[in-house]
Design a binder for this molecule. Structure first.
Ligand code: NAD
Length: 298
């Protein structure tokens, strides 16, 4: 069993550490918000008062932070992971961040003699609680194999996506595609209703036809069609509009660095921003239907 240092005990980090502890690992955790550390301590995490304390003696350090700027600070700042950890420690950043920052973290780690993996996850808070997250790991083969037994306690699927930044690239492109296909589903759901189709009848047809998609089957944005859809609970919980906006923004920033114009992604990004401006940022991203039909009810 491993000694693990964990930085960032928020909505995802806390349940992920709980699964590591259930699998028999020892976890020392730090968060800038003391209440987050206290809450995790109730699940068996050893409370650390600093990054240095969390990473001392760790075989592996994981971080689960909001954005690239937080990850840069946690690794590069004085008193951060690079300053405090032993170079024997394998470092894994599970946050969803931009590819350029992920590559900078790999380079910074390598310069200092560390092994580093970018390892974003898919599956949301539910997947974190259930230990069924999909991990997309970017880094060297040997490092991915070394961390695999630990990641298994938190994962349903583990993919080695490729080299430096490949995990983030896979995650960002996946979520961008999800946002674009969701936009198709919300437009289709409203038009089908305006044509007088029963939503459930249209759903049953599309599900086995060429209009099928993951958001159609999981997030159909009209109540009474899909039990697990956020539309059944006023678009609460699920995957927030704010997080989707962040991820599509990361895809667009990456596309710009690559000299690519992605018109559908740009349009969905604008539509997500409009919802955030109107106060819907914490609702599930299928609330996108409100841009088409402002009377749409979850
Ligand atoms: P969160 O905001 O709930 O948690 C992040 C935690 O990091 C917070 O507790 C914050 O206090 C802490 N933090 C920030 N700066 C810190 C620092 N310098 N040192 C120590 N702790 C610091 O966010 P979350 O929902 O747990 O998401 C974390 C990451 O996972 C994000 O990048 C998100 O995009 C990604 N993600 C989230 C979900 C989801 O459904 N919530 C799903 C997949 C991926």
């Amino acid at each position: 069993m491993a000694n693990i240092g964990w930085i960032g005990l928020g909505n995802m980090g806390r349940p992920m550490t709980k699964n590591l502890i259930a699998a028999g690992h020892t976890v020392k955790g730090f968060d800038v918000v003391p209440a987050a550390v206290e809450a995790a301590a109730a699940d068996g995490v050893q409370a650390a008062g600093s990054i240095a304390e969390a990473v001392a003696g760790a075989d592996f350090v994981f971080s689960m932070l909001p954005k690239g700027e937080h990850a840069r600070s946690v690794y590069f700042d004085a008193g951060g992971v690079f300053d405090s950890a032993s170079t024997d420690t394998l470092l894994v950043d599970d946050s969803t961040i931009d590819v350029d920052t992920a590559r900078a973290l790999h380079a910074g780690a390598r310069e200092r003699g560390f092994r580093f993996i970018d390892g974003p996850v898919s599956g949301g808070v539910g997947g974190a609680q259930a230990g069924t997250l999909t991990f997309m790991l970017g880094g060297a083969d040997a490092d991915v194999e070394a961390v695999r037994p630990v990641v298994e306690a938190m994962a349903g699927n583990i993919f080695h996506a490729g080299g430096d930044g490949a995990g983030q690239a896979a995650k960002i492109v996946n979520n961008m595609q999800l946002a674009i296909s969701l936009q198709g589903v919300v437009e289709g759901a409203v038009l089908a209703q305006r044509f007088g189709l029963d939503p459930k009848v249209f759903f049953d047809i599309a599900k086995v036809s060429s209009g099928d998609s993951w958001p159609l089957r999981n997030w159909y944005p009209v109540p009474g069609v899909v039990d697990i859809s956020p539309a059944e609970r006023e678009f609460t919980a699920g995957f927030s509009t704010m997080l989707m906006h962040k991820d599509v923004g990361l895809a667009l920033a990456g596309a710009e660095s690559e000299g690519l114009d992605l018109p559908a992604a740009s349009l969905v990004h604008e539509k997500l921003q409009k919802l955030i401006d109107e106060g819907w940022g914490d609702r599930d991203t299928s609330v996108l239907i409100r841009n088409i039909d402002e009377n749409a009810k979850g």
